[in-house]
Design a protein around this ligand. Structure first.
Ligand code: OAD
Length: 267
């Protein structure tokens, strides 16, 4: 089943699962981290990440005070309509973003997830909404990329995809060998998620004993729905985020703080 990306606020309907442990670094967080850490020893783990895991690599998040969507409108940059009407403008923005990501390095949060996968390769699935490629640069593999990859281009005429790591790009908009205009191979608002990736993510969430949601506002669907899929299938949900999210009601453990500090402590 494919799924349409939509920017809906999620008002959680789960109200009676309130064993949350709200913790802050330096305020008795140790016991919650220890409990969450013990849970990560069990069975199948899914790590579900969003832009917040790359914040400490200085890649801006999308929402929040310094978020990209505060200064730029998603409608004018992250839709197929915007691209059709002005591919050069859209590409200027993505070329800028690629430069910023290129200069960034994976942080201890990315590295901690790589280490979790190394310790338990068969029992670990990394599902990300991020397009930045920092998980792979940290050494993670088989990453399920729900929103595509900013380092891949897709021809709007023949559909051919290719990897392109040129920073900055020498020609905007970039052209395919067939002469067609290439676009970033990412999912824009109003577009379908890649079917195989979405199915893999849902299956992993259904099988999970623990789902750890890191650095996501849990506002963008269908990706955000994975937390509920996992919870309803019996998984224990752990959230790592300095701020509240609509998914908090589903969590057993809410670890308030930056991913780069919390995740290494979970190992
Ligand atoms: P958002 O920008 O919506 O949310 C980022 C989350 O990261 C917020 O909940 C922050 O509180 C949290 N955060 C900030 N700093 C953090 C840190 N150091 N450690 C942990 N968490 C931190 O990003 P996403 O949820 O990923 O779509 O957004 C979902 C999608 O919306 C993105 O994939 C993107 C965007 O439009 C596409 O690119 C298609």
């Amino acid at each position: 089943m494919s799924a349409l990306i939509d920017n809906l606020l999620w008002y959680s309907i789960v109200s009676n699962f309130r064993q949350n442990c709200l913790s802050r670094i330096g305020e008795g967080v140790d016991s919650s981290i220890e409990a969450a850490r013990r849970s990560l020893r069990a069975g199948q783990i899914v790590a579900f990440t969003g832009a917040g895991i790359s914040a400490e690599s200085r890649v801006p998040t999308f929402r929040g005070a310094d978020g990209l969507w505060r200064n730029y409108s998603p409608e004018s940059l992250a839709t197929a309509e915007a691209f059709t009407s002005d591919p050069h403008l859209v590409w200027e923005w993505y070329d800028w973003l690629r430069g910023l990501i290129h200069a960034a390095q994976p942080n201890p949060g990315h590295l901690a997830l790589t280490e979790l996968q190394r310790r338990n390769p068969k029992g670990f699935t990394l599902v990300t909404q991020n397009i930045d490629g920092l998980h792979e640069r940290a050494g993670s593999h088989d990453v399920v990329k729900l929103h595509g990859d900013i380092w891949r281009l897709r021809c709007t005429t023949c559909g051919r995809e290719e990897r392109n790591e040129q920073v900055p790009m020498d020609h905007l908009p970039p052209l395919c060998r067939c002469g067609g205009i290439q676009r970033p191979a990412i999912v824009w608002f109003g577009e379908m998620l890649p079917e195989a990736e979405w199915e893999r993510a849902v299956e992993a969430a259904r099988q999970a004993n623990v789902l750890i949601a890191v650095g996501t506002s849990a506002l963008v669907y269908p990706a955000a729905g994975l937390v509920k899929v996992a919870r309803q299938s019996g998984a224990l949900v752990v959230i790592v985020n300095p701020d509240p999210t609509p998914a908090d009601d589903l969590a057993e453990w809410i670890l308030r703080g930056p991913a780069g500090e919390i995740l290494p402590r979970l190992l």
